[in-house]
Design a protein. Structure first.
Lengths: 200, 419
């Protein structure tokens, strides 16, 4: 950024001085490119071949002099793509526990289902299950994530009492992000307050 | 990289032309009358500088546009200020666009105080074609600051998440919602984006590994670092103001608890030790405290503790559901969401007095985040599953709405001032 002098001054007096720097930075940012990330490769680091020192031409050249000096944010955005994968689930098992509103208690009607899953896990110590906690859509996303975790943890404790090892069952939460049904009635909400067993 | 290029073009582009629409509510607003004359030579550029500046200023609700007098002027002109005063404008923006020999554009402006008959100064921005909008936003920032005395935020950026069909995208857009570009595209949810100080990185929670995991993402290069992938859930990242550490929520103990971890990784240090839910940590502007949500008292409420952990003081007292604390960068206010008669509404607390007032009359407000000048709040609102982003002034009177061209948009986070 260059301060303009009074309107009567000749135009060449205010020519920008940062052109060389700007051009080199611009060409660096233009090289940034998209890349694909497969789920199989998670955790992901350094997926892009892009250069490491992008600087916005204006960020460097146009802020007032006192504010200069730090690494200016680039206006470039390099997109990252994530692709999907699926796991085959054992067909013979019931795999969902439902919860009452604002409740984390595993109801007695799910005892048989929990026992069947516990038997399946104990039959092969290599089997792994994710206990995926969910809430209905009411309330904040992060708070619901914590509530879903509480439901998943309740199911993990129930499995633990049935002799399933900690290593085989990981309690995780999706909060309100993956409703089983999209709707806004109490019966829709009831179908979304759940823990799903996903075998991996 | 042919495959990558294909993937890029396959991104849904419906949101790239989104724009905030102003909905000014209430009366008695004092608005600054201003005029921006079409920049001389603007025909050589793809964007209308004066129009972008005008839209930026009008969107604040603090400015009223006055149609210009006939005739072409630029930053070198000496306008007849008596005539402009007669027109009823207080401020006059003049400028020009010139194509440079290297293909870039030189965008210049000068601002006149019409009432005081003063030249308020001018600047020159040599920019690439891709940065023409940014140059216009920077001019709007200059005009806003000269006239109101507050720093403008038009050249800052916002991050948000869209859900279109089964696809989730994390977007980075100009503060006016234009120029949106996808930083991440995934078949699984993305939540809780958090800008690093300086604005080059975002931390966020991605479910792409079929569980919530925290990444730090350099948005200009697309480089990602796995920040936290511990047993259970990893969520709610928030950077410290010095950028050296993050507060996060982990469930290593079985319940959601708050931890601090280095921005470059390393062992998390537990900051809360309860059997309740402790989550949504966020640093105060001075970095000395962490605001967070806990149900230790029986219902979710906002608390404050030292950034080192330890004793917490309860901050929210009205109602039985207060979540998503967002402190203002100037340290004066706390925005949060409170449930009132079943409606989730954005509220604002004056931290000095503890006084709380609602800023909206909607029922599904979420995820507030302050503009870096502390003058506006961006938040998401949803009604029967339809989601949009809103901005509001701190008195709640001036609101703007950004709706996705298709699908839902949510989880806004206002980026910092460019360094």
């Amino acid at each position: 950024m260059n301060k303009l002098v009074s309107p009567t001054a000749p135009r060449h007096a205010v020519r920008p001085t940062a052109s060389v720097l700007l051009v080199s930075l611009l060409s660096a940012t233009l090289m940034a490119c998209a890349s694909k990330v497969s789920l199989d490769e998670v955790p992901v680091t350094d997926r892009s071949n892009a250069p490491t020192a992008p600087v916005s031409p204006l960020g460097q050249g146009a802020v007032n002099p006192q504010a200069q000096g730090g690494a200016a944010p680039s206006n470039e955005v390099s997109p990252v793509q994530v692709t999907q994968s699926g796991d085959v689930q054992p067909a013979q098992l019931e795999r969902v526990v439902y919860f009452d509103y604002d409740s984390f208690v595993v109801k007695p009607e799910f005892t048989a289902m929990l026992e069947a899953n516990a038997r399946y896990l104990k039959a092969d110590p290599q089997r792994r299950v994710a206990l995926e906690g969910h809430t209905d859509e009411r309330g904040g996303r992060e708070y619901n994530l914590a509530l879903g975790q509480k439901r998943a943890e309740a199911v993990r404790r129930a499995l633990s009492l049935l002799g399933v090892s900690e290593q085989q069952a990981e309690p995780v939460s999706f909060g309100e992000e993956k409703p089983a049904v999209n709707g806004f009635t109490e019966s829709d909400y009831a179908k979304n307050r759940r823990v799903e067993f996903t075998y991996r | 990289m042919a495959g990558s290029a294909l993937a890029l073009t396959a991104l849904p582009m419906g949101l790239t032309h989104a724009q905030f629409r102003v909905e000014v509510a209430g009366v008695g607003l004092t608005q600054f009358p201003f005029t921006a004359v079409a920049f001389l030579g603007n025909d050589v550029a793809a964007h209308d500088m004066a129009a972008i500046v005008r839209a930026d200023l009008e969107r604040t609700g603090q400015f009223r546009f006055v149609e210009p007098l006939a005739g072409s002027l630029d930053e070198n002109s000496r306008p007849d200020l008596t005539a402009w005063r007669g027109r009823g404008t207080d401020s006059l923006l003049l400028g020009s666009v010139t194509r440079l020999a290297d293909g870039r554009f030189d965008v210049r402006f000068r601002l006149w105080d019409v009432v005081g008959a003063r030249d308020l100064g001018g600047l020159s921005y040599p920019v690439s074609a891709a940065d023409l909008r940014l140059a216009a936003h920077r001019i709007a920032d200059q005009v806003y600051e000269k006239i109101t005395g507050e720093k403008g935020v038009f050249s800052t950026r916002i991050a948000y998440v869209s859900k279109v069909g089964p696809r989730y995208n994390l977007w980075v857009a100009d503060a006016d919602g234009e120029n949106a570009r996808a930083a991440l595209s995934s078949p699984e949810p993305i939540i809780s984006p958090s800008w690093a100080p300086g604005g080059s990185q975002l931390a966020y929670v991605s479910f792409e590994a079929r569980k919530p995991v925290i990444y730090a993402h350099d948005i200009s290069t697309g480089r990602r670092r796995l920040l936290a992938n511990y047993r259970g859930s990893n969520s709610a990242p928030a950077w410290s103001p010095d950028g050296k550490q993050l507060a996060v929520t982990l469930s290593l103990s079985g319940n959601a608890q708050i931890y601090a971890m280095g921005a470059e990784g390393g062992e998390p240090r537990r900051l809360t030790t309860t059997t309740s839910i402790d989550t949504e940590p966020v640093f105060s502007a001075d970095g000395r405290h962490i605001y967070f949500v806990s149900d230790r008292g029986g219902s979710p409420q906002i608390y404050r503790m030292s950034a080192q952990g330890g004793q917490a003081q309860r901050v929210s007292f009205q109602g039985n559901y207060n979540i998503s604390p967002a402190p203002s960068p100037d340290g004066r206010h706390l925005a949060f969401v409170s449930r009132v008669n079943g409606a989730f509404r954005l509220h604002l607390m004056d931290l000095a007095s503890g006084e709380v007032r609602p800023l909206t009359e909607t029922a599904g407000d979420e995820s507030p985040s302050f503009a870096p000048n502390s003058r506006m709040i961006i938040y998401a609102t949803r009604d029967k599953g339809q989601e949009a982003l809103m901005t509001t002034s701190l008195d709640g009177r001036i609101k703007t709405r950004l709706a996705g061209a298709q699908g839902d948009i949510r989880e806004p986070e206002w980026g910092p001032f460019a360094r």
